[in-house]
Design a protein around this ligand. Structure first.
Ligand code: CTP
Length: 402
């Protein structure tokens, strides 16, 4: 089931130009199945219309302490009573200051003082306001009071300046909220994750590659971070930004992926999840200049040489650490997977069949079978890659915490 389905979110919108982006946040959360109750400060309603917020959330919008919607006039207590999560987006310097001081002079600040559940703040403001020692002091205070922050990003601001202060991306805010609600089953573990394809150069303009998009590795990386792990993500060329919070390194070739992975592994990882589609071979003699067409000869022979096998190397040197591999096969997946499991010597191999149109490269779903080192086999139904990642992290946590 979708993580957000049925979750009750109270979204507090403060008065800043980024208030308009709260509209996208409401839409995205509702699309995921969450129930969103909006509380907007009076200033927020100067920037974004109450009617839009109400239409998008399908709930009344609350903004005034003294014109309460509830009969006992205790909105500031009741609004958050059954909330799974309270999100403040955008959070202004003013509200952060009031929260840090414990003030309660309007609906939002009173509500927040009366609430002690999971709370995520996504600040947005001018760079100097954000970097001002008063704001930073308040942020530190609130962090030590247990408030989780998703920091503003850098870029061009509404005031015409460039710098830190933009509201974080909507997906990042949602991911931070999910992380806040997730059990930290991998706390204290450092994981190496490989993802994406590799490019093996033929000459300066051409390469041998594969269709991997990195989606499965990204989902696993996010799930591991949510579970409290430190993650080193070594990935090939993909069209995605690394998940927030991962230590990531972008590489091009299998050899680079190998060197970087070994280096990261030796820096104290307790497990590795190798989802990358690593090129098995590379051109033996890549050319320094562009290979020219020979009109007299329609054939071109390439000599390839084998790349080092990261999974087999780590599995050999694992010394009690947990090494997990992925195997994408084209037919006969289970039989080939069992043979690969023996050859690679890993603790867990996740196999899927690329001939299944709902599994494999570029899809958002995957049907996988797990082969454990102790001989157990487990087939999961067709699931979103996100759900496969979540379940896999739970399985790996059991192995790591044994
Ligand atoms: N793998 C690796 N290093 C390589 C090749 C593969 O770490 N040089 C890892 C992949 O990241 C994956 C697993 O090994 O976790 C299986 O990859 P796959 O390509 O299916 O296995 P191969 O050994 O290359 O076997 P084949 O291509 O012949 O099926």
């Amino acid at each position: 089931m979708n993580f957000w389905a049925g979750k009750k979110i109270v979204l507090i919108i403060c008065g800043g130009i980024a208030a308009y982006r709260a509209i996208d946040l409401i839409r995205s959360l509702r699309k995921e199945g969450a129930v969103v109750t909006v509380v907007a400060t009076k200033s927020a309603l100067e920037f974004v219309g109450k009617l839009s917020l109400q239409a998008l959330s399908s709930e009344p919008v609350h903004s005034d302490l003294f014109t309460p919607a509830m009969s006992d006039a205790m909105d500031h207590i009741h609004l958050t009573k059954n909330a799974d999560l309270v999100v403040i987006a955008p959070a202004t310097a003013n509200l952060l200051a009031k929260m840090a001081a414990g003030m309660a002079d309007d609906l939002t600040s009173s509500m927040l003082l009366a609430y002690n559940g999971p709370l995520l703040a996504a600040p947005a403001m001018n760079t100097r306001m954000w970097q001002h020692s008063a704001t930073q002091r308040n942020v530190q205070q609130l962090k030590s009071d247990g408030v989780e922050f998703i920091n503003p990003s850098s870029g061009s601001l509404a005031c015409g300046e460039d710098g830190e202060g933009r509201l974080a991306a909507i997906e990042e805010i949602i991911e931070a909220g999910r992380s806040l609600l997730s059990k930290k089953i991998l706390k204290g573990h450092r994981l190496l994750i490989t993802a994406g394809p590799t490019h093996e150069a033929l000459d300066p303009v051409r390469y041998i590659a594969n269709h991997s998009t990195g989606k499965m590795g990204w989902s696993i990386c996010r799930a591991a971070l949510r579970a409290g792990a430190e993650v080193v993500l070594i990935h090939g060329p993909v069209n995605m930004e690394p998940p927030h919070g991962a230590e990531s390194r972008r590489v091009t070739s299998a050899q680079e992926m190998f060197t970087n992975s070994i280096e990261a592994w030796q820096r104290g990882c307790s497990g590795a999840i190798l989802t990358a589609a690593v090129g098995d071979y590379r051109p033996l003699h890549p050319k320094a200049g562009k290979i020219k067409k020979d009109p007299a000869n329609p054939e071109l022979a390439l000599t390839l040489t084998a790349n080092p096998d990261i999974l087999a190397t780590l599995a050999k040197e694992s010394g009690g650490k947990v090494v997990v591999g992925f195997a994408a096969e084209t037919g006969n997946a289970l039989e080939l997977g069992r043979e690969k499991m023996v050859r690679k010597g890993c603790d867990l191999l996740v196999i899927n069949d690329l001939l299944d149109p709902k599994s494999g490269f570029g899809t958002d779903t995957n049907q996988v079978t797990l082969l454990y080192g102790d001989g157990r086999e487990e087939s999961w139904p067709l699931l979103s890659k996100d759900m496969v990642a979540e379940k896999l992290i739970q399985a790996i946590a059991i192995m790591l915490n044994k």
